[in-house]
Design a binder for this molecule. Structure first.
Ligand SMILES: NC(=O)c1ccc[n+]([C@@H]2O[C@H](COP(=O)([O-])OP(=O)(O)OC[C@H]3O[C@@H](n4cnc5c(N)ncnc54)[C@H](OP(=O)(O)O)[C@@H]3O)[C@@H](O)[C@H]2O)c1
Length: 326
């Protein structure tokens, strides 16, 4: 496993990491979570991503119980959580990045994880109704108190990220160091275009999500929605349109001969492609079973075969013009 610095911070993250969205608690119990995490850790994964809102807090509980079961040294892994939507109703408990919410939110997460601190804490979405300075100061406090070690953003605009960094620098506060954006063969624009200046000028890191577009890029949805897939889960019907869009399926099918030529699976090709972007600090993978974790970790070895010529062929196959964005 290769390790990359999280932006210009001193922290090193495995270039492939593992997240719990959808899966933990809903598809995966504590024992299976521990098995999946162990399969990733054995391959060198050191970062496990989570969020308060995943399964209404139960994803943090499952990960915490799995970590206790696994008994790893605390210094050997990184855990994250994220705040924005909240898990309770009330004027100060939903859709906010206020000081009260962030501080109370992290207290709840630490309790559910059974941890003294998280390594990374993210603002899961921007909150235009709270002054950015209030959010920056709350994140600074959490870091000063040792409850979190680094903080970052998720799906903020480049302008919002720069505003937070500049406020932090002006007041000598801990600044955000990483963004968590979606990035995969079908969703590239924000990472490659909008954030380019944030990576270049501020050394921002990126922990990217949905490298398989929720599984679409494995080819598993080419002939409809399999009964044992994310697309068939109750509560995730909203994903079905994206997972079965004929244009996307056509692009996935068009990649199949290249994966065969490279001797890898479509999932490995899609994840390896994300690794080729040097602005990506870590690609957060997801899996509902150990066999998927093992297959996905194989992407490390495939990345070496993605030469500039192969990357250009991928753009051609997908109909992407990298100079135009898509
Ligand atoms: N910050 C944010 O807003 C945000 C948003 C989304 C995700 N994330 C983070 O990013 C992580 C990864 O996102 P994601 O789960 O959407 O990743 P993904 O790689 O796009 O999708 C993972 C899902 O695809 C299927 N899959 C994975 N590997 C497979 C394989 N080899 N063969 C067949 N199917 C396979 C599995 O679902 P089934 O087996 O159920 O079909 C798995 O749960 C999340 O866990 C979370 O930590 C963050």
């Amino acid at each position: 496993m290769n390790y990359r610095h999280l932006g210009r911070s001193g922290l090193k993250v495995s270039e492939l990491s593992f997240g719990s969205w959808v899966t933990f608690s809903t598809q995966v119990d504590v024992d299976s979570a521990a098995e999946c995490m162990a399969a990733a850790y054995e391959q060198g994964v050191n970062f496990f991503d989570n969020a308060e809102v995943y399964a209404g807090g139960q994803s943090e509980e499952v990960m915490g119980a799995a970590l206790r079961k696994l008994g790893w040294r605390r210094s050997s892994y990184l855990v994250s959580t994220k705040f924005y939507w909240g898990i309770n109703q009330g004027p100060n408990e939903e859709n906010t990045l206020s000081r009260k919410r962030l501080i109370e939110g992290l207290q709840g997460s630490l309790k559910r994880f059974g941890l003294d601190y998280v390594d990374l804490v993210f603002c899961h979405r921007p909150d235009p109704t709270t002054p950015v300075e209030e959010t920056v100061r709350a994140m600074h406090s959490l870091i000063e108190w040792g409850q979190a070690l680094y903080w970052g953003t998720s799906e903020w605009s480049a302008a919002e990220i720069v505003a937070a960094i500049e406020i932090a620098e002006k007041h000598h506060l801990h600044r955000p160091v990483m963004e968590q954006p979606q990035y995969n063969l079908l969703v590239r624009e924000r990472v490659e275009k909008e954030y380019a200046r944030v990576f270049r000028d501020y050394g921002y890191g990126a922990t990217t999500w949905s490298p398989l577009a929720s599984g679409l890029l494995t080819g598993k949805y080419n002939n409809g929605i399999p009964a044992d897939s994310r697309g068939a889960l109750k509560g995730y019907e909203w994903l079905q349109g994206d997972l079965t869009r004929p244009e996307s399926i056509g692009r996935v099918r068009a990649l199949e001969p290249l994966a065969a030529e490279l001797g890898c699976t479509l999932a490995q090709l899609a994840i390896a492609w994300c690794l080729k972007n040097p602005d990506v600090s870590t690609v957060i993978t997801g899996a509902s079973r150990v066999s998927q974790v093992r297959e996905n970790m194989g992407a490390e070895a495939v990345a070496g075969a993605l030469t500039p010529q192969v990357l250009a062929r991928i753009d051609e196959i997908l109909g992407n013009n990298p100079n135009k964005g898509n």
